[in-house]
Design a protein around this ligand. Structure first.
Ligand SMILES: NC(=O)c1ccc[n+]([C@@H]2O[C@H](COP(=O)([O-])OP(=O)(O)OC[C@H]3O[C@@H](n4cnc5c(N)ncnc54)[C@H](OP(=O)(O)O)[C@@H]3O)[C@@H](O)[C@H]2O)c1
Length: 243
């Protein structure tokens, strides 16, 4: 049976997990609207890819922007929220504005995007909303107070929304990866170990997104945890821990 082609918004389309998701969706013949600050400067080159440049952390401008985007693409029936960033350190190392920015990007902007598109998706009677959480959505770790808080918020949001949207045929999925080898770590003082079983690939997460999208209607993959076989963290070139 051929699968109906869909129009899907992907945030974080310029890099890492979001970029891999875009590439998988385009290969499957879907139309993709890709959101990131870099817009058309990054992301796939494909006739079915429509890049949009937007700073999702600018919450004041977001409702107006999302209204326009919704009017441009009223037939959108999927959202994959892959935009986000990480900042780690003890709480007192964060300025007040850094706390606000991380929560707003990693959680509030995703609630705004969902809020904007949900009425149209409900009208279609079918859709998928997929969010990239983290292992930090499952347990708080040292130096991750604000990052974990943003991901716990996202997890609570998806659990509640799942109940709310079931009657409209909308499936909500939260994917919680451990360390994925992406530019996420470029500005951090740690990264996954170098061996292939020390990290997940962005393509592994994209495969999981597609699994959730392509599962039989009537079934929902509520929450999926993915982790590298071995947890090895490199700090300044040194192995900090291993298991
Ligand atoms: N990598 C990991 O180990 C890992 C593990 C668990 C969960 N995650 C989660 O996975 C998600 C994606 O991370 P990744 O590993 O793919 O990181 P990444 O390669 O750094 O990609 C982050 C994406 O988010 C976009 N983005 C960041 N700030 C933005 C802003 N203010 N406005 C619009 N777009 C913005 C970036 O685009 P621009 O820079 O062009 O704006 C980029 O496309 C994040 O939510 C992260 O918390 C990652």
């Amino acid at each position: 049976m051929t699968q109906k082609k869909r129009k899907i918004i992907v945030t974080g389309a310029s890099s890492g997990i979001g970029l891999a998701v875009c590439e998988h969706l385009l290969t499957d013949g879907h139309e993709v609207i890709g959101l990131s600050r870099r817009g058309e400067q990054a992301g796939p080159h494909h006739p079915n890819f429509h890049p949009e440049s937007i700073n999702l952390a600018n919450l004041d401008a977001l409702p107006h922007y999302l209204d326009d985007l919704k009017n441009k693409h009223p037939d959108t029936n999927g959202i994959i929220c892959g935009a986000g960033s990480g900042a780690f350190g003890s709480l007192e190392e964060f300025s007040y504005s850094q706390i606000r920015e991380l929560i707003e990007l990693n959680f509030t902007s995703q609630a705004y995007i969902t809020r904007a598109f949900l009425p149209n998706i409900k009208k279609q009677g079918f859709g998928n909303l997929v969010y990239i959480g983290s292992e930090a959505a499952l347990r708080g770790g040292s130096h991750g107070a604000i990052y974990s808080a943003s991901k716990f918020a996202l997890r609570g949001f998806t659990q509640a929304l799942r109940q709310e949207c079931a009657k409209n045929g909308i499936r909500i999925t939260l994917i919680n990866p451990g360390m994925v080898q992406t530019p996420f770590f470029n500005d951090l003082d740690f990264s996954p170990g170098p061996e292939s079983d020390n990290f997940i690939l962005a393509e592994d997460v994209a495969d999981t997104v597609l699994l959730a999208l392509n599962s039989r209607r009537g079934t929902v993959m509520d929450e999926i945890n993915l982790s590298p076989q071995k947890r090895v963290i490199q700090k300044n070139g040194l192995d900090k821990s291993g298991s």
